[in-house]
Design a protein around this ligand. Sequence first.
Ligand code: HEC
Length: 458
Amino acid sequence: MTRLLLVVCLAALPMFGAAAAKVGDAVDVTFSQHIAPIVFNNCTSCHRPGQGAPFALTSYDDVYKRGMLIQAVTESRFMPPWQAREGYGHFIGERRLSAEQIALIGKWVKTGMPEGDAAAMPKMPDFPEGWQLGEPDLVVDMEIPYQVPADGADIYRNFPAAIGTTEHKWVRAVEFRPGSRSVMHHSLFSADASGKAREVDARDEETGFSGMAGVPGTTKLGGWAVGSGPRVFPQEAPVKLPPNADFLFRSHFHPSGKTETEVSSIALYFSDEPATRVRVGIQLPPLYGRGSNIDIPAGEKEFTIREQFTLPAAVDIYSAGPHAHYIGKDFHGWAVLPNGEEVPLIHVPDWDFNWQGSFVYAEPVRLPAGATIHVEVTYDNSAENPRNPHNPPKRVTWGLASFQEMGSISFSALPVNNEDAELIRQEYGKLQAKHTMQAREQMKGHKESIRRNTGTDD
Ligand code: HEC
């Protein structure tokens, strides 16, 4: 319901008038000549059996049946899904129709959706069946299926699965496959070589365990959320996987109304070449905003948190990963060079919790020592926000549950000189420590305000 509303609202925006004029009125727009190439090349990768989209768009009938809706979702740019603003940073795999293509679809729908010469229909592109990155070196499945109940609250659960490699490996990419797409919201990946995760899991009969208490530092291996593809690490910086480790699926389920059985799989792709460069993570604000005083009054339309970090040494920014929950609205990241010049990094003007992912730069963005990275995350907790899970809106504070909020952009950076990695980590560590302190202070403040307003805050 909410989504349909959104699509209709967006479709009403006058963003396509200028482009429409470009499509000559003399041209008869037909499916086989004009529309099929657009759909097959921009929609069918997801809209075909076995992929994430809810229905197939592989034939004239498929597209004809949903013509009006397709017009609406392409005009609003809800489809193909791509969150980042055009021209503000250049990324691998950008999904976007041109104004001309959108206008063609509009005209085709208005003129009765003729099929045209069926013989002239283009061939469907060859879509990779199975794993998108080709034959994996190793596939690890969850060891015991997990039953996701039909209803109830969201579930966060961790599942260790033996990887079975007995020496160090370099991981160049991972590709995730949920067993049950309708309940899997997202999954974060890591490797645990300590055996602790398995120990914690064995404490009760149930499959998997919740929380990560008692599991020391793990090796992070990316993650997956609805709409995201394989995770490819920088060629010069594959991830070092320790021997005899367990793969940890740290998954978030959203019950679907039907009991589901989950067995997730992860495909691992190894590199023969060890890392030649070091990777450092720069998350702004740190701790997913836990120390940024996220306390958003009910009805507040524009609540912004911001942070900045000045680089002590030059880096190549490899990717940017925005993250917030439902009422996150606008993510903006940019850098200011020592000479004052501004470098665009990423702008997501209309965040959608359902479409997360890491944006990998087509060319890594080099930033010199002394450049300052800025991040602003804005929330809309008003009733007009169709994605607001609370109706009427409620006060929202920081938390892990999806009706609470968090927010940051995680940049993956490769120092230009490997020996600068330590310096960058130290400087970033100071900012993180400051946020840890702030988070403690805010926690105290929240507890007091909850005591004072018992009953009005949960
Ligand atoms: C990256 C995968 C992907 C691509 C590419 C993609 N879609 Fe979708 N599409 C989806 C998913 C997933 C949904 C379900 C969205 C949801 O439930 O939030 C969807 C939903 C839709 C809907 C239903 C919207 C609604 O409100 O019910 C339409 C119509 C649609 N897509 C058309 C298209 C068209 C047309 C294209 C190409 C121009 C396209 N899609 C490209 C994945 C994709």
